[in-house]
Design a protein. Sequence first.
Length: 238
Amino acid sequence: MLKQILLSLMLFTGFTAHAQYDIGYTDVGGCSYYADNFNGRHTSSGDIFDNKKYTCAHRTLPFGTLLKVTNLQKNKVTFVRVNDRGPVTKSRILDVTKAAAKDLDLIKYGVAKVKIEIVGTKDSVNYGLMKRFEIPEEFTEDDLKPGRYYNVSGDELQVKRAYTLEVKTVERFDSALAIATTCLNAQVSSVFFKMTEDDGCKRYTFYYGLDLYETAPLEKLKKELDRLGYTGKLVRLP
């Protein structure tokens, strides 16, 4: 149970170990697509796989990375979001869903040489692609009031006096929305955040653990985070 919670926290905070990839990063290699028998299975990120959506598997790119994929032989283009690990075959750099494969004209031949380009990350959301990736934009910056608590769908919470783990603070709304989106997609529960404003500067602080009246579960999680070199602060709210 602790391992599952820890992996979820590492996912939503971006703690997973990977190289730094920036928008504009490109690579070229083979690409294939998922068989239908993967439908309904959990991907490495925790998403439920759906061959009708626009997602993909990459060995190292962070989950939530948005890619432009070009079939270099057919000059066909599509966009996908990384939510799984793979491919297993070393000659390929990407596996895409069947929906994306149709856009790329991959169905007949099965494999093609593609160019991938990072067009967005979970900390720098490309809003023009959000609808295509079915990433919900449930709330806007104007919906949030200073000093209030919200779940990752943007619904206001009535937080009781209890213990929680303060995990991450960001200063940009798009970064806060990206974290919330990542949590929704990965089905990470018990995550919420608070918006504060000081001299016009807004901050969004994310917490893990709601309505916990004993510190023991969080202390155990904090020790594990500390052991791995990650930051987590035990606090009492409100």
